[in-house]
Design a protein around this ligand. Structure first.
Ligand code: 6PG
Length: 228
């Protein structure tokens, strides 16, 4: 699955280069993307021209980049350090800063480096994971303000740990040209079943592209309750 998506993403980057277009990607954190980052760097770190690619984070824990929980720290270790890409193309959420002011600053950085549509930033690709509670990005159950709010980025709070996070909001995610969920493991299977059967509403249920396309990449375990 990681290899298939890495190939797909590489092809989109190559297509954008042919059209002399920049390609803006926002990656989620957590554990699922780790294999994908490694495969992407190993297979396409050298064969793809990354100079026109702008890399963002979907969300970040409010910790320094060298903290083991930092999404950027993980992405930098497994992908960014292994590809040839200008530092100015890497748009890091500064988890070490004051959350409220960093959410504003990052929103402005996103606006400066993306196209606009519907008065909102447009990402070419947003890659999402999903937690066992159905959260995505750092949009947790019960935090509806992150789905309906007008902000580009906002401050979230993890419902169990109380950890503060900064996240791109649902409206901006849904404004992307392409949204891809990458979800693996048996622990997500029941939530996936409920989302696809429309039995219950989780934050991930509200990720519905306004004009773009959405792809759910599920491994056998995560998709085990879905009919082929
Ligand atoms: C984060 C992610 C988050 C993640 C899900 C799934 O900061 O943790 O952005 O939304 O995608 O929690 O995490 P796993 O891939 O670890 O299951």
């Amino acid at each position: 699955m990681a290899e298939a998506f890495a190939l797909d993403l590489a092809n989109h980057i190559i297509e954008a280069e042919k059209k002399h277009l920049s390609y803006t990607i926002a990656f989620s954190g957590g554990s699922t993307p780790q294999l994908f980052f490694s495969v992407l760097a190993e297979k396409y770190g050298k064969s793809v021209n990354w100079n026109h690619v702008q890399i963002f984070s979907v969300d970040e824990r409010c910790v320094p980049p060298d903290d083991s929980g930092s999404n950027y720290g993980m992405m930098n270790r497994l992908l960014v350090k292994k590809i040839s890409i200008p530092d100015t193309n890497i748009h890091r959420i500064r988890g070490e800063e004051d959350p409220e002011s960093e959410a504003v600053r990052y929103s402005e950085e996103i606006v400066r480096n993306t196209r606009s549509l519907n008065d909102l930033p447009v990402f070419d690709q947003i890659i999402l994971g999903m937690g066992e509670d159905g959260h995505t990005a750092s949009i947790f159950p019960g935090h509806k303000y992150l789905l309906i709010g007008e902000k580009i980025c906002d401050v979230a709070v993890h419902p169990v740990s109380g950890q503060k996070r900064i996240t791109i909001t649902g409206k901006v995610i849904n404004n992307a040209d392409s949204i891809t969920f990458i979800i693996t493991g048996r622990s997500k299977a029941r939530i996936i079943e409920q989302i696809f059967k429309n039995n219950a509403k989780f934050p991930a249920s509200f990720i519905i592209p306004r004009h773009g396309k959405i792809t759910w990449l599920l491994d056998e375990n995560a998709g085990r309750f879905l009919k082929r």
